[in-house]
Design a protein around this ligand. Structure first.
Ligand SMILES: NC(=O)c1ccc[n+]([C@@H]2O[C@H](COP(=O)([O-])OP(=O)(O)OC[C@H]3O[C@@H](n4cnc5c(N)ncnc54)[C@H](OP(=O)(O)O)[C@@H]3O)[C@@H](O)[C@H]2O)c1
Ligand SMILES: [Zn+2]
Ligand SMILES: [Zn+2]
Length: 345
């Protein structure tokens, strides 16, 4: 085994402590990555809050770094390459979903970067809030030159999670898109939708984000707590991307979807409420998605390189991880915390 350091929560604890960790020895198709930057996703906060059982939890599933070692069968990477890893680190590779490049929907369920079960040795995966990760080559991406590695880290979860549905829904110049919840996922959804040529709006409960929304390229802003603004936005958007981090009634957001349009629910993964009548009036569609397949992830990184898109980040030493999580839960982030892992050396 290889030793590294990371930020881990013991059983039933929600606070992360600096902890020695072990990574597996490299398998033939494995890559060892020195993690330089890891984004703080709201899923990390949800996972810590729900953390139970004896297994330690090391969150973190969007990171960038440098290849430090490769297994003998690795063909696409060499030591020193700048790379990125997201929230999936393995899949069966043979099911119908994997065959069409939707490893995120693998019939055997993809191996998650943390809290997943390794397909070979059955151990629980430990995430990217650490200085090193060992991962199969197939789930490592080259970080395009020109993308700042700290600001690019959030592309690997927040970015691809909104990218894939935007593409699947054919968002482009003739689409009216609204993004509900201007956070980590939301601000990247706005950047992508704008770059894809869509007329883009933000739906937010935070009036003080209106100016930021405009700076991100949105031309409309709906204050979701204001009934008049909600009514004025009725049936207005072909696509609503819902990235809200809490369980909620999607009714108010469905009402803003135009006839035959879609509400893509990407935020809080759990129970939500929906009245079928909200879908009936206007033949509206409710959909969801999560993460991205390998082809979509690579395509997103290319798109970001072409359009100069990265996340708006506040970079913190990794020792401030607990403060970052606490601020994230208070909505005090513009728009993604990224941990600098170099303080673990
Ligand atoms: N589908 C997937 O695979 C996937 C991947 C990653 C994350 N997620 C989930 O997506 C959600 C968003 O993640 P994130 O990292 O973008 O979080 P985030 O940065 O905290 O952004 C979430 C946004 O939701 C809105 N919000 C938060 N609490 C709210 C409340 N009580 N009522 C109404 N709106 C609220 C806020 O936007 P405003 O201030 O603008 O209202 C906030 O900025 C999380 O639940 C996360 O677990 C899902
Ligand atoms: Zn995430
Ligand atoms: Zn599969």
């Amino acid at each position: 085994m290889r030793s590294t350091l990371g930020w881990s929560a013991d059983s039933d604890a929600a606070t992360l402590r600096r902890t020695p960790l072990e990574r597996r020895d490299l398998r033939p198709d494995d890559i060892a990555v020195r993690i330089d930057y890891c984004g703080v996703c709201h899923t990390d906060a949800h996972s810590l809050r729900g953390h139970q059982g004896a297994t330690p939890l090391v969150p973190g599933h969007e990171f960038t770094g440098v290849v430090t070692e490769i297994g003998p069968e690795v063909a696409g990477f060499t030591v020193g390459d700048a790379v990125a890893v997201g929230n999936i680190v393995d899949s069966c590779g043979t099911c119908d979903m994997c065959e069409v490049g939707q490893e995120n929907f693998c019939r055997e369920f993809p191996t998650l970067t943390y809290g997943g079960t390794d397909r070979e040795d059955g151990t629980t995966t430990l995430g990217g809030y650490s200085r090193e990760y060992v991962v199969r080559e197939s789930f490592v991406y080259h970080l395009p030159a020109g993308l700042n590695p700290a600001a690019a880290a959030p592309l690997l979860c927040a970015g691809v999670t909104v990218w894939e549905p935007l593409r699947a829904l054919d968002v482009g110049p003739s689409t009216r898109v609204a993004v509900a919840g201007l956070g980590g996922l939301g601000h990247l959804a706005v950047k992508f939708a704008v770059a894809l040529g869509a007329e883009t709006s933000v739906i937010s409960r935070s009036a003080d984000k209106a100016e930021d929304a405009r700076a991100l390229g949105a031309t409309g802003f709906v204050l979701s707590t204001d009934p008049e603004q909600r009514a004025a936005a009725r049936d207005r958007f072909d696509v609503v991307i819902d990235t809200i981090a809490v369980s909620h009634d999607v009714g108010p957001y469905l009402r803003m979807v135009a006839m035959d349009g879609t509400l893509s629910h990407l935020g809080y993964l759990g129970e939500i409420t929906v009245q079928t009548m909200e879908l009936l009036g206007g033949r509206k569609k409710l959909s969801s998605a999560g993460s991205g397949g390998r082809p979509a992830t690579a395509a997103m990184l290319e798109f970001c390189a072409t359009h100069g898109i990265t996340a708006d980040v506040e970079v913190l030493p990794s020792a401030q991880v607990n403060a970052a999580l606490e601020r994230l839960e208070r909505n005090d982030v513009r728009y993604r915390f990224v941990l600098d892992m170099s303080d673990l050396d």
